[in-house]
Write a protein of this length. Structure first.
Length: 153
């Protein structure tokens, strides 16, 4: 499954995040782990703000990049069920050994988890766990192309 969105502003990027949250919630078997790819400053955390706010997990202003803490957790609701959104930023990690200490497989295995991983494409173990990806491409000073791709069963 593939969806392509175009954004001309941070506000539109957050709105696309809400649309992606709705797409995920509508699936019979929602993804557990999505890799977010894009250059530094492309808008990965801005997109996560929209996803988290749409799931009533947190106000979008409270969502920040987990660059230094590695993981932020937000509790919300999707289709009448609780959901835990785990937002990870692996930019500072250098190898699989460092990644292993996070317990990513356990996070992704939780029934109520949606794990959003920035810079996960750098690690083979994350790519293996991933149910799909969200790629953000800079197409202009404020514009972005956002591509959601999910593996089919």
């Amino acid at each position: 499954m593939k969806h392509v969105f175009e954004s001309a502003s941070d506000e539109e990027t957050r709105a696309i995040g809400a649309k992606i949250a709705a797409e995920i919630a509508a699936l019979a078997a929602p993804p557990r782990l999505l890799i977010l790819t894009g250059d530094l400053g492309a808008g990965k955390t801005t997109l996560v703000k929209g996803i988290v706010a749409a799931l009533a997990a947190e106000d979008e202003d409270a969502v920040t990049s987990p660059t230094f803490t590695l993981v932020h957790s937000y509790e919300g609701w999707s289709e009448g069920r609780p959901v835990t959104v785990l937002h990870l930023d692996l930019y500072r990690l250098e190898d699989e050994r460092q990644l292993a200490t996070l317990g990513l497989a356990e996070m992704a295995a939780a029934d109520d988890a949606l794990v959003l991983v920035e810079w996960g494409e750098r690690f083979p173990s994350v790519r293996e766990l991933a149910d799909g990806s969200i790629r953000i491409e800079t197409t202009g000073p404020q514009s972005r192309r956002i591509t959601l791709e999910m593996k089919t069963a």
